[in-house]
Design a binder for this molecule. Structure first.
Ligand SMILES: *Cc1c(COP(=O)(O)O)cnc(C)c1O
Length: 263
């Protein structure tokens, strides 16, 4: 579905034959969407199926967990802890900490026990999940400060009411922002409704010449990092767990003001 799957593909190719399922499609009205699973060319003899739940750059998210009898492997880097996950459906979940967990330098892995000890013998210990599990994830000294800070984030999240509670806030944030974009002729979002990310909201301005001015004025209003990824351009609001509802309210109010002044 995008850059993260592409990067995973590049790494996986070192180890075996990979069958690529191009799940990203364009709908009749030109929106990006994820094809229904019935249209995927999954291979019957696959060792596992890998996907990225949320395409952080494009703002495209799976609405359902794929159905498969193979171990399901998922990159949850930009959506972990944003909504409840049925962990029992997965063989392996991995997520970089730097979006919803804590500082860069940690990767969280949740792996089914029967898959733990399947690494090739030549894989170094630090990358062997069985060794890490046996050693409490401390085969070597881990990045202790990042662990500590992540622990504080977990405590904060529990104080908010946990993942269920933050999910409700995330839905409110996403509905507010997408609702505003859909109601405006000045802004547009390129993703089909069912596959819109609740964490990363890309949007374009009807007049792209105003983009620079939009970013500059947003910054003056303390609304930062709204430029889209350089590979796609446009704008992108990343509304991770750390962004409160008030943050999205402030963004929508700025966007509306900007549209009125520049329409
Ligand atoms: C951010 C992200 C990564 C990893 O990002 P790095 O900055 O390269 O560590 C991987 N997958 C997804 C889906 C991401 O959003």
């Amino acid at each position: 579905t995008g850059i993260w799957s592409e990067k995973a593909l590049k790494e996986a190719k070192r180890y075996g034959d990979i069958n690529v399922v191009e799940a990203g499609i364009k709908t009749e009205d030109g929106k990006l969407a994820i094809a229904d699973q019935s249209a995927w060319n999954l291979s019957d003899d696959a060792a596992y199926v890998h996907y990225a739940d949320n395409e952080t750059i494009g703002g495209l998210q799976f609405a359902h967990v794929p159905e498969t009898d193979k171990p399901l492997v998922c990159d949850f880097s930009s959506s972990i802890l944003s909504a409840p996950i049925d962990v029992s459906k997965f063989g392996l979940i991995y997520a970089g900490a730097q979006k919803n967990i804590g500082p860069a330098g940690l990767t969280l892995v949740i792996i089914r026990e029967d898959l733990l000890d399947q690494a090739k013998p030549e894989i170094p210990s630090i990358l062997k999940y069985a060794d890490q599990a046996k050693n409490g994830s401390m085969v070597n000294t881990p990045s202790t400060y990042a662990w500590y800070l992540s622990g504080l984030v977990f405590e904060w999240l529990l104080e908010q009411g946990g993942v269920d509670a933050i999910h409700k806030v995330n839905l409110q944030k996403a509905e507010l922002l997408y609702g505003y974009i859909d109601s405006s002729d000045f802004y547009a979002n390129p993703i089909a409704k069912e596959n819109r990310s609740i964490m990363n909201v890309p949007f374009t301005l009807a007049n792209p010449e105003l983009e620079k001015q939009f970013l500059q004025e947003a910054k003056e209003n303390h609304l930062l990092n709204l430029a889209g990824h350089r590979s796609v351009g446009g704008m992108r609001a990343s509304i991770y767990n750390a962004v409160p509802l008030e943050g999205v309210q402030a963004l929508v109010s700025f966007m509306d003001d900007f549209a009125k002044r520049n329409a």
